[in-house]
Design a protein around this ligand. Structure first.
Ligand SMILES: *Cc1c(COP(=O)(O)O)cnc(C)c1O
Length: 396
């Protein structure tokens, strides 16, 4: 007999979300996730992916992925420590370390998994973690899993961080103290103040952990936020994802050899979950090769990002304080934001509404993710549609 308690729980809570307008209908994309997508038979300009460099559909990645399937099959066959470490995994990790400027690297099945794995492999209940208030959900969950004391600091507020670092270290209550931050914050596109974070970390002997999911491929000529600031020797954990700019799937930590050695024996998703598939690791390695060889895609992404930003700003939209191609269009009220996104969609632009609880109440926004794969023509069309919908709803 199925559980009646569960049925009641689900019915009640689903209805509740729907009543509040917070239930998210998921749209299946017909075909590949490119700069244009088809949903329910309608072709749309796609401004919602994290596929910054357009690599998710790049022919060069597809070719090597097919070759890897032919030579190594579709699955790794085991967890890494049993016999799921293929030569391909080792090659990818060597490439990541080279790209990031570190001694070594370890790959995981996703960025989310990586934060579950790496934080709790090092931090425990006798430790404390200073965590930026706007850190990603996977950082929050990774910190919780470690059982360390979580001490949030105000978003990018270095006075607050310094004060809390001082209190935590002077209290003598903790064996180790870590500071953890996103490199680029995905809802606003602002960059973490890493030089100041490093200074505070040095002053109070903090372990430093940067989640660069939105910085890798996007800053530092592709190598990320840490490289952008030239701090490769100062950050202990350079965590990143292979799922966004790299265009495939997976996550990694780059750092000192001993850190990576430790993660290989102590991080649970590495020990108890099957490794990335041959196609994934090979395509990811190819993507990094391309980024190391040329900045063409990187330059194109920045050009497109700046073009879209200038266009929307000129129309009078509030595009916030982004320092990266992430382009929020801040509408404010949740209902209007949802309506705005729906109307964009009907007119041919796919840009999702992001509202509470993902962002604070009253700061609802439509977030645009321009990529290297968009053409000027697509961006011009998108800007025209924004103008039409903006005027119609009285936003501009
Ligand atoms: C997307 C994201 C992740 C998760 O990465 P996946 O590879 O998609 O699991 C982790 N951290 C941040 C900051 C992210 O934006």
């Amino acid at each position: 007999m199925p559980s009646e308690t569960l049925d009641q729980f689900l019915q009640h809570n689903l209805q509740d979300l729907k009543d509040q307008g917070l239930y998210n209908e998921i749209d299946p994309v017909d075909g590949a996730n490119g700069p244009e997508i088809t949903i329910n038979g309608q072709k749309l300009i796609n401004l919602s992916s994290n596929n910054y460099l357009g690599l998710a559909t790049d022919d060069r990645l597809k070719e090597v992925a097919k070759d890897a399937v032919n030579s190594h099959g579709v699955g790794a066959g085991a967890v890494r420590t049993i016999n799921g470490t293929l030569d391909l995994h080792v090659k990818l990790e060597e490439k990541i370390a080279e790209f990031k400027g570190t001694e070594a690297a370890i790959a995981y099945q996703s960025g989310f998994n990586c934060n579950m794995a790496a934080i709790s492999a090092v931090m425990d209940k006798n430790d404390a973690i200073l965590s930026d208030a706007l850190n990603h959900a996977s950082i929050i969950d990774g910190c919780r899993l470690s059982k360390a004391k979580i001490i949030p600091f105000e978003h990018s507020n270095m006075d607050d961080l310094r004060q809390k670092a001082k209190e935590a270290t002077e209290s003598g209550q903790y064996n180790k103290v870590m500071v953890i931050t996103d490199g680029v914050f995905s809802m606003d596109g602002d960059i973490a103040k890493l030089p100041e974070i490093v200074e505070i970390a040095e002053e109070f002997d903090l372990i430093t952990y940067v989640d660069d999911a939105h910085g890798s491929g996007v800053l530092g000529k592709g190598a990320g936020t840490v490289k952008h600031f030239g701090l490769q020797d100062k950050i202990d954990f350079q965590m990143g994802t292979l799922s966004k700019a790299i265009g495939v799937v997976g996550g990694y930590v780059a750092g000192k050899q001993e850190l990576i050695d430790w993660l290989k024996v102590r991080s649970r998703p590495f020990l108890f979950s099957t490794s990335l598939s041959p196609a994934d690791v090979t395509a990811s390695r190819k993507a990094i090769d391309l980024l190391m060889e040329s900045t063409d895609l990187y330059d194109q992404m920045w050009e497109n990002g700046n073009y879209l930003k200038a266009g929307l700003k000129e129309l009078g939209f509030d595009i916030g304080q982004s320092e990266t191609p992430i382009t929020p269009c801040i509408i404010g009220d949740e209902k209007t934001t949802q309506q705005f996104s729906k109307r964009l969609n009907e007119e041919g632009v796919y840009a999702k509404a992001i509202v509470f609880p993902t962002v604070p109440r009253g700061t609802g926004r439509v977030r645009n993710m321009p990529t290297a794969a968009h053409t000027k023509d697509m961006l011009d069309k998108a800007i025209k549609i924004y103008e039409k919908v903006g005027k119609e709803l009285g936003v501009i």
